[in-house]
Design a protein. Structure first.
Length: 381
């Protein structure tokens, strides 16, 4: 029997409070209102940003909420005035919306979009209310405009993109955050060119995706810097030419001088994919004088600040940042999916584990395991 226009009771993982395991339980998901879409989530993965918000240090992390922002599924029903997707479409939830009409979207300068930003940060839909309730009718907050840790979710129509049904749900779930973030930062934000030298700090899903973007552009040197030697083989597999573990440097060396020596004066591009502000400084200072650019991707803990001597910038190094790899989710995702289909963009290789949805807390534990990249959850189990 169709649930169109009616609430759906389904299983979700609720974060009731910071630093506590999620509770897998039944919730009620209301039907979508105007310009909203209800999605049956098929696959979802856990990203560090979910763990960051669950830890309670994210000012936008509100409880109780349904976390999750890497997910794909099927459109179950649409609210009034939705024209970009139809029932049955296969879609990726987008935490970086694209309305095509706001000042940001029209600028041609950024992938940030202002259309749902204010309400998204408050854990509610654009009308200021939630579509999630517990069995007693108490509201449960949304998260990053996605909330994929539920069998059903409701998102704004500007916060999803349809993809060709020949592509499966697992890789498309991963394209919802980490892989797109790193790959986009390399090919869009930095716009790496053939022959450029690149250093990537942190070889998680994000950093390794920067590596593959740099490789696809023909970078001449791609140096991965990571404290964990387990990341060495992966780095080479994704296209790195060198791997440096800062813990293994000689007493006389530091990571900045080592990188400058390896590249005859510094790198054309460096990327922070760790979220550590000391690493961010090193990444900037390892850039080549006159033109080197350092791109911050990692999310630092609340209240942290970055520092360097102004002379580093006076002498031509550039500090930049990148959210979701600078990729416009609705108009540019199709290109990334083509790169995946042609083999230029590896995605399946990031899946280091699969679990039933009921094991979601174990999937969070996996994140702390150095050999984990992404654990994919199947919401039907
Ligand atoms: N800007 C965005 O849009 C965006 C999107 C997704 C994720 N992120 C952030 O990107 C970062 C990376 O995400 P991930 O999923 O790849 O994380 P991850 O934990 O899987 O990978 C981080 C890697 O950094 C390494 N590392 C840690 N400290 C280091 C140090 N001092 N020097 C060198 N290496 C170090 C770790 O060993 C690990 O391999 C996180 O901060 C995440 O929150 C940002
Ligand atoms: Zn993420
Ligand atoms: Zn917009």
């Amino acid at each position: 029997m169709s649930a169109v226009g009616k609430p759906i009771t389904c299983t979700a993982a609720i974060a009731y409070e910071a630093n506590k395991p999620l509770t897998v339980t039944e919730i009620v998901v209301d039907p979508p209102k105007a310009h909203e879409v209800r999605i049956k989530i098929v696959k979802t993965a856990v990203c560090h940003t979910d763990a960051y918000s669950l830890s309670g240090v994210d000012p936008e992390g509100l409880f109780p909420c349904v976390l999750g922002h890497e997910g794909s599924g099927i459109v179950e029903s649409i609210g009034a005035d939705v024209t970009n997707v139809k029932v049955g479409d296969h879609v990726i939830a987008l935490y970086t919306a694209e309305c095509g009409k706001c000042k940001f979207c029209l600028s041609g300068k950024t992938n940030l979009c202002g259309s749902v930003r204010a309400t998204q940060g408050k854990g509610v839909m654009p009308d200021g209310t939630t579509r999630f309730h517990d069995k007693d009718g108490k509201p449960i907050y949304h998260f990053m405009g996605c909330s994929t840790f539920s069998q059903y979710t409701v998102v704004a129509d500007v916060s999803l993109v349809a993809f060709d049904k020949s592509v499966s749900f697992e890789p498309t779930a991963l394209l919802g955050c980490g892989v797109t973030t790193g790959y986009g930062a390399a090919i869009k934000t930095a716009n790496i060119q053939k022959g450029d030298t690149v250093a990537v700090f942190g070889a998680g899903t994000v950093g390794l995706s920067v590596v593959q973007g740099a490789k696809s552009r023909g970078a001449s040197k791609i140096i991965v810097v990571d404290l964990n030697n387990d990341k060495k083989d992966w780095s080479f597999e994704f296209g790195a030419t060198d791997f440096v573990n800062p813990k293994e440097l000689k007493d006389s060396e530091d990571i900045v001088s080592k990188l400058i020596e390896m590249t005859d004066g510094g790198l054309d591009f460096t990327f922070d994919c760790t979220g550590n502000v000391n690493v961010m400084r090193n990444a900037l200072e390892a850039c080549h004088k006159g033109w080197g650019q350092s791109i911050i991707i990692g999310v630092a803990a609340a209240g942290q600040e970055i520092a360097t001597r102004p002379f580093q910038l006076v002498t031509g190094r550039v500090w930049r940042g990148s959210a979701f790899g600078g990729i416009k989710g609705r108009s540019e995702m199709g290109g990334l999916i083509k790169d995946y289909q042609s083999g230029t963009l590896k995605v399946d290789e990031f899946i280091t584990g699969r679990r039933p949805f009921t094991e979601i807390n174990a999937a969070f534990e996996d994140l702390h395991n150095g050999s984990c990249l992404r654990t994919v959850l199947d919401t039907s189990t």
